[in-house]
Design a binder for this molecule. Structure first.
Ligand code: UD1
Length: 420
């Protein structure tokens, strides 16, 4: 567990790791080539190790130079199955479907199932791949897919799904003919994937807008690519600075990726500065209440909703937080309530009446972002908080307690028996 003695103002400078959500599709994009792919700037988190393990199970060679760089070679891939034990722990494993189909014409990928934040179906991925000529059947919990060769298609996504956009970018890069993808996700991680695919020889235009065109090529080569910094980790530290009335420089925070959060933090009374290679957040007073509603990029990121709610629970005034991406992404609410937060849930909105202070408690969360919101709530006031089940944090935040300590927080990891 992580034990936090809160009430300290965070001060100093911290560097964010590479983006987990950008790195995962990049690792699976290596399946599209026989040549070496060198990835640097990888975050040292559990999900990246899971993705590397999956590649190895498929027959790839994965050479780790240090925790942040790997060379992957997929010329030896002779398996096409992403098994349940891996997909269950990391839904993003589903991203092997597009590359495996495009390259080998077959794939067997476990259906991810539900997760703590909602049903999370994969229908958008599947119907688009079918349009490209894939035959896909559900057999005993697995999606079994095959094709005699993917072909380009005109695809209008029902939702701008990040994962579906990524699966399709990879599949279409090696398909015959051209693909036009409408209502595509515009997240920076999608753009990073497109850049890496272009380095491999893919012909992609429009990534980052809602219409992406891909002209398939016969083969893709290797690449050397540095993963973009993690905008969610960056946003988490900016919120931590504002919540503790501190001043923190977050190296790697990119203003253009965090526009909605920056606006919300400024409305709450924080002062944000763009330093070119990062951002600084300062806050000298209790944050004011601000309403936010999550939306696909460039809207307010759902992955920052729990953290922002932690801040609103100590803000001056009442705020309305609306979640429009996931159906059940309020698992943190009951834990914040155990810390004394005044939150009323109604459908997909939470009315948060800010309190001057919360109180410490032992809390646990069922997903990554909910867990970090507990950590933030723990930092904000003069009480002790124990955050259990830190394996969720370890899936996505690199050395979080060390980084917080370097900013002056009193945070320690306490070993406990069992899966805490
Ligand atoms: C990615 C991120 C995750 C983030 C999410 C939304 C990774 C590894 N994860 O997840 O951190 O919270 O984007 O920004 O990058 N949907 C369907 N059918 C589908 C696909 C999605 O109904 O076939 C729904 C989902 O249930 C969800 C919404 O669309 O309600 C958005 O999902 P999607 O953008 O696909 O999220 P992920 O790619 O899974």
């Amino acid at each position: 567990m992580i034990r936090i003695q809160g009430g300290r103002r965070l001060k100093g400078s911290v560097e964010v790791a590479g983006s987990k959500n950008a790195a995962l599709p990049l690792l699976f994009a290596c399946l599209l080539s026989d040549d070496d792919c060198h990835l640097t700037g990888l975050p040292d988190v559990a999900d990246i190790r899971t993705a590397a393990r999956l590649l190895e199970r498929l027959g790839a060679s994965v050479e780790r130079h240090d925790p942040s760089s790997m060379t992957i070679n997929c010329s030896g891939v002779d398996q096409w199955e992403a098994p349940y034990d891996l997909v269950r722990t990391m839904r993003a494993s589903f991203l092997v479907l597009g590359p495996l189909l495009a390259r080998f014409g077959r794939a067997r990928v476990s259906m991810p199932g539900g997760c703590a934040i909602g049903a999370r179906p994969v229908d958008v991925h599947l119907s688009a791949l079918r349009l490209m000529g894939a035959r896909i059947e559900t057999v005993r919990g697995y999606e079994e897919a095959s094709t005699d060769g993917l072909k380009g298609a005109h695809i209008i996504l029902e939702k701008p799904s990040v994962g579906a956009t990524e699966n399709l970018l990879m599949a279409a890069s090696l398909a015959r003919g051209s693909t036009r993808l409408e209502n595509a996700a515009r997240e920076p991680e999608v753009v990073d994937l497109a850049r890496a695919l272009q380095k491999m020889g893919a012909n992609i235009s429009g990534a980052g807008s809602s219409v992406v065109e891909i002209e398939g090529v016969e083969r893709l080569g290797g690449m050397t690519h540095r993963v973009i910094p993690d905008r969610i980790e960056a946003g988490t530290f900016l919120i931590a600075a504002a919540m503790t009335r501190g001043e923190v420089t977050v190296k790697g925070a990119r203003a253009e990726d965090l526009r909605e959060l920056v606006t919300a933090l400024e409305s709450a009374g924080a002062v944000l500065r763009d330093n070119g290679d990062g951002m600084t957040a300062r806050c000298d007073k209790r944050p004011s209440a601000v309403n936010v509603a999550t939306a696909p990029h460039p809207g307010f990121a759902t992955d920052l909703q729990a953290q922002f709610m932690a801040m609103m629970s100590i803000a001056d005034g009442a705020s309305l937080i609306t979640e429009t991406i996931f159906e059940n992404r309020f698992m943190h609410v009951s834990e914040l309530q155990r810390m004394g937060a005044d939150i009323t849930l109604s459908g997909n909105s939470a009315l948060v009446r800010g309190r001057v202070s919360l109180s410490g408690a032992a809390v646990m969360a069922t997903d990554l972002r909910a867990s970090v919101s507990m950590v933030l709530a723990g930092l904000a006031g003069d009480y002790q908080t124990d955050v259990l089940r830190v394996y969720h944090l370890d899936r996505g935040y690199e050395r979080i307690e060390e980084k917080l300590r370097s900013l002056g927080a009193d945070v320690e990891r306490v070993d406990m028996e069992g899966p805490y």
